[in-house]
Ligand binder design. Sequence first.
Ligand code: DAH
Length: 358
Amino acid sequence: MTDLNNLKTHLLSQVDAAATLDSVEAIRVHALGKQGEITALLKTLGKMSPEERLVEGPRIHDLRESVTAAIAARKEALESALLEARLASEKLDMTLPVLPEPQGSVHPVSQVMDELAEIFADLGFSVATGPEIEDDWHNFSALNIPETHPARAMHDTFYFPDERNGHRMLLRTHTSPVQIRTMTSQEPPIRIIAPGRVYRSDSDATHTPMFHQIEGLVIDRGINLGHLKWTLETFLKAFFERDDIVLRLRPSYFPFTEPSVEVDVGYSVEKGQRVIGGSEGWMEVLGSGMVHPNVIRACGLDPEEWQGFAFGTGVDRLAMLKYGMNDLRAFFDGDLRWLRHYGFSSLDVPTLSGGVGA
Ligand code: DAH
């Protein structure tokens, strides 16, 4: 009897002290395996008298139960300690960049603006900027659009309630005020483009309240319409990456140019789609003309000495024509699926040698 108690105490303390799963297994084999101590004790039951068995049977079974339970508990404790250690050593640092691939993309409008800057830089133009919050002098008056001029009403202007230095403030309705800001701050000769945001109170499938324009301005001596036509032709051939670009200049009216022309570019129909190039039909792409003497004068220059041409067009529209997008509003929805489809890899930097369309 004391033997069994001693054996139980001994085995249980061994199990308790076992530090590894292997040593727990060794104890199990030693006690409960085929040749195990407890297994041997169980075998003695067969040779006992029924009375003896009645007493010894439950004791030996109790010993086996206790040792089995202790072994299972110890095993579980060791296993969960192992798991804890593994989880601690395998933890991920979420602050590290997970994917080596860049996830963002360049918005088509930004891409097209980069393409335009690249093309015009090659023609000797630099990029000029002006404020989006403008005053009515730069946006209208200096551009030969006096207060009573109907063109003011046509622009659906967003006005601010306050005046600054006696001028009404507004969100610029076009990039043309950058012409004024450049002529009043730089000496001619001037060759600039001015891409940027413009605002008008207008919204449908082809108009959004904010959109993008690009302005071009050349001021020098002896500039004529021929220079304008060559510049636009060279620009549009580079932009659409085709040599068969045909331009059509139509007489038009803008207050800040005289004469004014509207420029159409020829398209052809390929597989039911309009493609720029050829001359099956015409699409209007930009407004332009010779800078009006009043505009040159408003900037403090003598129109007898300095002449120039200007042009302006919608960047969003150019992007739609080049990349086959059909709804202007999608440009500003921020829909990731659209951006992934039409966006450009940040590594596709447009260059004239590599191709501006990347
Ligand atoms: N500012 C005009 C507009 O927003 C576009 C434009 C037309 C710009 C003719 C020009 C130009 O520089 O010469 O509709």
